[in-house]
Write a protein that binds this ligand. Structure first.
Ligand code: HEC
Length: 135
C-alpha cells in the first residue's frame, strides 16, 4: 500500500503547487491592485495615451495638433459625455480653435470609450480647468 499513498501525497503536493503558481499569476496580472476604480483609471489613461494624446497631449493640456481637455470649454456643462462620444465616433468640425477638424477615432468599442471619458473627467476633477478663451 505504501506506493499508492506516496503517489497520492505527491499528487496533492503538485496540486497545491499549481494552485500557488496560478495565484501568483493572477496577482501579478492585476498588478496586485484589487481596487476596481484604480484599475479603471489606469485603463482609461492607457487608452487616452494611445488614441488621444498625440493631439490632446499626454497631460491633456493640448499640443499643436489639438486643444487642451482641461479647458473650461470641455467641462461637463459645456461638453457632456455625449459630446465626447460623438467626437470619437463621428469626429468634429473645428469650431472652438484653429487646429482644424478632428477625424473620428476608429477601433474603440463602447467600453473603451467610456473608460477614456471617465479618465478625462477624473483628470478634470483632479487638475481643475484652464480659462476659455485662453488668457
Ligand atoms: C489627430 C488629432 C486628434 C486626435 C487623435 C483626437 N482629437 Fe479630439 N480634437 C482634435 C481637434 C483639432 C479638436 C478641436 C475642434 C475644435 O476646434 O473645436 C478636437 C476636439 C475634441 C473634442 C470637442 C468636440 C466638440 O464637440 O467640440 C472632444 C470631446 C475630443 N476632441 C475628444 C477626443 C478624444 C477623447 C480623443 C481620443 C479618443 C481625441 N479627441 C483624439 C484633434 C484630435
Amino acid at each position: 500500500m505504501e506506493p499508492t499513498s506516496t503517489s497520492k501525497r505527491s499528487h496533492r503536493a503538485r496540486a497545491v503547487l499549481v494552485a500557488a503558481v496560478a495565484m501568483v499569476a493572477v496577482v501579478s496580472c492585476s498588478g496586485g491592485d484589487d481596487d476596481p476604480e484604480a484599475a479603471t483609471a489606469i485603463d482609461g489613461a492607457a487608452l487616452y495615451e494611445q488614441s488621444c494624446a498625440s493631439c490632446h497631449g499626454s497631460d491633456l493640456r493640448g499640443t499643436d495638433q489639438g486643444p487642451s481637455h482641461l479647458s473650461q470649454v470641455y467641462a461637463l456643462d459645456h461638453h457632456p459625455d455625449a459630446s465626447f462620444r460623438a467626437a470619437i465616433t463621428q469626429g468634429t468640425r473645428a469650431h472652438h480653435w484653429q487646429f482644424g477638424d478632428m477625424e473620428p477615432v476608429a477601433g474603440l468599442d463602447e467600453d473603451e470609450i467610456d473608460l477614456i471619458i471617465g479618465y478625462v473627467r477624473e483628470q478634470q476633477d483632479l487638475n481643475g480647468f484652464e480659462p476659455y478663451p485662453p488668457e
